[in-house]
Every structure is written in structure tokens, then in C-alpha cells.
Write a protein that binds this ligand. Structure first.
Ligand code: NAP
Length: 290
């Protein structure tokens, strides 16, 4: 079994980005600038945003963090987005999700300039991705594609089961892997909570992308020998033996599945760090397009 080391791969990608930034500095070219808007003080969201800002510093990007209170109105948020859309120095920005219930998430995503949408969630970018046109890919699926490529895991003609059909992970994953491309050309089955007899699909899968958000859901008896496992899930499980009072669990029961897998991503240290690296890559790409 080979452990797919997302942490090491993401560090390598960040090193490549940092080198590119250094070259740009030497040539007097613009330094990429990523901005993030966060609303409220949800612990997990704060952690994600802070590590994004930290990663920006690591690769030499400029970064701006805009922290807004929980009671920010939709209009106020749209106003902030408009400022970032018009700011020539900002190459890309994200609005950290989830948003408070009084704000329409779709309306917010639609307001972001597609050329600065480094999360790749805007319908224009989703449409371009679906039509196989060059665009900003959503960071988590982009990171998974990168892991498959860098570990030279062949997907052509393989049976791939994606568990979960969210707009940010499962569905784009199923689209990318079914496309006519090097890491693609797979026969993809997209499953969800209404799928009947999921095990019938998972037991036949050469590759499984688990993105349903249910801790340790996929167990050893659900997979075949030699399967490749990409575990996207991150769930906090109460654990008083840990300093922070919880541990992180993936959607895969690592102990039983890893015994049968040929490749597997751990949680933490698998897909998670790749998401941030690809967000930086998207920001660099938007800067290069100028
Ligand atoms: P989501 O929006 O909650 O979607 C979950 C999907 O799983 C839905 O399509 C749901 O089906 C499906 N599902 C739920 N129970 C199921 C079951 N028993 N069998 C089959 N499918 C089932 O989740 P998400 O945003 O995609 O996130 C999924 C997980 O990945 C979460 O743990 C999240 O924290 C993690 N995540 C990690 C990263 C990273 O960087 N590593 C990035 C994003 C998300 P329905 O559509 O029928 O409801």
C-alpha cells in the first residue's frame, strides 16, 4: 500500500509557486495578491482562512484578510465583493463558506468576477470546466487531479465511484474524471444519499473518491483488493485525549480499507493541504493572465 502524501505534495507545489514568485520579483513583475472575506467567527472557518493567509506568506504572495461581523447584511457583503472586483491589485479572492443563513450563497458566488474566482465556484467557471475550456478549477477537485497525476495513477478506462454530489467536490470530480484527458477517460459513477446498494458499486470500483462528510463510512468490506482511495472527508470527532478536544476523521475507515488499498490518502495530510496549494496555484494563474 502506498500512502498518498498530500502534505509533501502540497509543499512541493508551494515551492514551485514560490520559485515563480521569486522570478517575478526579480523581473519587477506584479506579485500575486489573494484576498479572503470571512464572516463571523466560526472556529473551523477561521482555521481554514488563517492557514490560507499563512500559505500566501509562505509563497511570497500578498494577502488581505477582510473580517466582517456575523450580522453583516447581504448588501454590505455585495459591496465588499464589488470593491475587490474593481481593485486592480487583487488577482483573486474567496468568500469563506458557509455563510450565515440570512445571506444567499448563490447570489454571493454570482457577484464575484469570474476572472478573480479562485475557488472556481462561479457558474461561468463551472460551465467552462464542463465544456473542457481553460478556466479556474475548484480547488479541491483540482488538488485531487494533481495528486492522481503526480502519483502517476492511471484513470483511463477505470471504474471510478464518486460518493457525494456536492457542487464543490463530488460533481466537479465526476465531470473532470470522465473527460477526454490524460487524468480522465474514466467510467464514472456519481453516487449520493439516494443511491441504492452503494456497496454494489464500491466493490467494483478501481478508484473511489469519498466525499460525503460521514466519518469512517467506507469500510474494508465495501472495497475490492487493490483499490485506489481518495478520502476527501473531514469530520471533527470529540476526543478528550487530544489537546484541542477533537480528532479529525475522514470518510474512510482507514484501518480496514488501507489493508486492501493499493494507494490511499490519509486524513489529515491527504486532500486537505492540496486544496490550499491549488487555491494558490489558481491565484498565480489569474496573475499570469494579466
Ligand atoms: P456536502 O455538500 O454535505 O455533500 C455531501 C454529499 O454526500 C451529498 O451529495 C449527499 O447526498 C452525499 N451523501 C450523504 N450521505 C450519503 C450516503 N450515506 N451515501 C452516499 N452519499 C451520501 O459535502 P461536501 O461539501 O462535498 O463535503 C464532503 C466532505 O468533504 C466533508 O467532510 C467536508 O468537510 C469535506 N471537504 C474537504 C475538503 C478538503 O479540502 N479536504 C474540501 C471540501 C470538503 P445528497 O446530495 O443526496 O444529499
Amino acid at each position: 500500500m502506498i500512502l498518498i502524501d498530500g502534505k509533501a505534495t502540497s509543499e512541493q507545489i508551494k515551492k514551485e509557486i514560490a520559485q515563480e514568485v521569486l522570478l517575478r520579483k526579480e523581473k519587477g513583475l506584479k506579485i500575486p495578491h489573494l484576498a479572503a472575506i470571512i464572516i463571523g467567527n466560526d472556529g473551523a472557518s477561521m482555521t481554514y482562512v488563517n492557514s490560507k493567509v499563512k500559505s500566501c506568506m509562505q509563497v511570497g504572495f500578498n494577502s488581505t484578510l477582510i473580517e466582517l461581523p456575523e450580522n453583516t447584511t447581504e448588501e454590505q457583503l455585495l459591496h465588499e465583493i464589488n470593491i475587490l472586483n474593481l481593485d486592480k491589485d487583487i488577482d483573486g479572492f474567496i468568500v469563506q463558506l458557509p455563510l450565515p443563513h440570512h445571506i444567499d450563497e448563490q447570489k454571493i458566488i454570482m457577484a464575484i468576477d469570474p476572472l478573480k474566482d479562485v475557488d472556481g465556484f462561479h457558474p461561468v467557471n463551472v460551465g467552462k470546466m464542463t465544456l473542457e475550456l481553460p478556466t479556474l478549477l475548484p480547488a479541491t477537485p483540482y488538488g485531487i487531479m494533481e495528486l492522481l497525476e503526480r502519483y502517476q495513477i492511471s484513470t483511463s478506462g477505470k471504474n471510478i465511484v464518486v460518493i457525494g454530489r456536492s457542487h464543490i467536490v463530488g460533481r466537479p470530480m465526476s465531470i473532470l474524471l470522465s473527460q477526454k484527458r490524460k487524468t480522465g477517460d474514466a467510467t464514472v459513477i456519481l453516487t449520493h444519499s439516494r443511491t441504492q446498494n452503494l456497496i454494489d458499486y464500491t466493490q467494483k470500483a478501481d478508484i473511489i473518491i469519498a466525499a460525503l462528510g460521514k466519518a469512517e463510512f467506507l469500510t474494508g468490506e465495501m472495497v475490492k483488493q487493490g483499490v485506489v482511495i481518495i478520502d476527501v472527508g473531514i469530520t471533527r470527532i470529540e476526543d478528550n485525549s487530544k489537546k484541542q478536544g477533537y480528532r479529525l476523521a475522514g470518510d474512510v475507515h482507514f484501518e480496514s480499507v488501507s489493508k486492501k488499498a493499493s494507494y490511499i490518502t490519509p486524513v489529515p495530510g491527504g486532500v486537505g493541504p492540496m486544496t490550499i496549494a491549488m487555491l494558490l496555484k489558481n491565484t498565480l494563474n489569474t496573475c499570469l493572465m494579466k
